[in-house]
Write a protein that binds this ligand. Structure first.
Ligand code: ADP
Ligand code: 5GP
Length: 195
């Protein structure tokens, strides 16, 4: 499950709540050259690495996708993603729109979800309230938001994060519906019901 959307729309909050309520869902931990925010832990929120280390990972083919976002480099480590999928886990990826497109190309079963806020002024308020980015960083992210919204037609679900508990219910509904898809039940149909 890919969650994309403007910075501050609530992707990390929703991912955290979903994982707390459902076992078997894991989060892909990205690598980034962005410095950690207060309270962020290396290995949990991101693997914080240098631009040199990042280049090395690209060269060695260790990233399933990578992109420059808001002036820093971010990437999805390939091995943990493939291992989790092989083990039958649901993997949550909080990645930008370029990353979403790259993942969908390589993993056509991926579910693309765009998280939205009611308005850009609400987004601004959330970024300020989070209190972890400087005013110039917030400005840059708000400007990027307008561009990111243009990717919505390429996504499969639009999840409005207005009231948090309701947004979480919507995300759970998508998860349930996707798990019920006949295409994902091939094994059960052949070996179970029909076998
Ligand atoms: P993202 O990961 O998309 O950048 P965050 O999950 O960090 O966004 O959320 C940004 C801020 O908005 C955080 O302070 C978070 O607590 C708050 N937030 C998230 N969802 C809601 C919501 N539905 N209503 C109000 N505040 C929210
Ligand atoms: P933040 O700095 O707020 O944690 O993340 C900034 C943006 O980078 C967000 O849109 C987030 O989804 C995106 N991002 C985080 N990790 C990755 C990644 O591994 N790949 C890509 N393409 N984008 C990422």
């Amino acid at each position: 499950m890919v969650l994309s959307g403007p910075s501050g729309c609530g992707k990390s909050t929703l991912s955290r709540l979903l994982m707390r309520r459902h076992r078997g869902i894991v989060q892909s931990v990205s690598v980034t050259t962005r410095p950690p925010r207060p309270g962020e832990r290396d290995g949990r929120d991101y693997h914080f690495i240098t631009p040199r280390e990042f280049q090395r990972l690209i060269r060695r083919g260790r990233l399933a996708e990578w992109a420059r976002v808001h002036g820093c480099a971010y990437g999805t480590p390939r091995r943990p993603l493939e291992a989790a999928l092989k083990a039958g886990q649901t993997v949550l990826l909080d990645i930008d729109i370029q990353g979403g497109a790259a993942i969908k190309r390589q993993f056509p079963d991926a579910v693309l979800i765009f998280v939205m806020v009611p308005s850009l002024s609400v987004l601004k308020a959330r970024l300020r309230q989070r209190g972890q980015d400087s005013p110039s960083v917030i400005q840059r992210r708000l400007k990027a938001a307008r561009r990111e919204l243009r990717a919505i037609p390429r996504y499969e679900y639009l999840l409005l994060n207005d009231h948090l508990p309701q947004a979480l219910r919507r995300l759970e509904a998508i998860l349930e519906a996707e798990r019920c898809r006949v295409a994902r039940k091939r094994v059960i149909l052949h070996k179970g019901v029909l076998g």
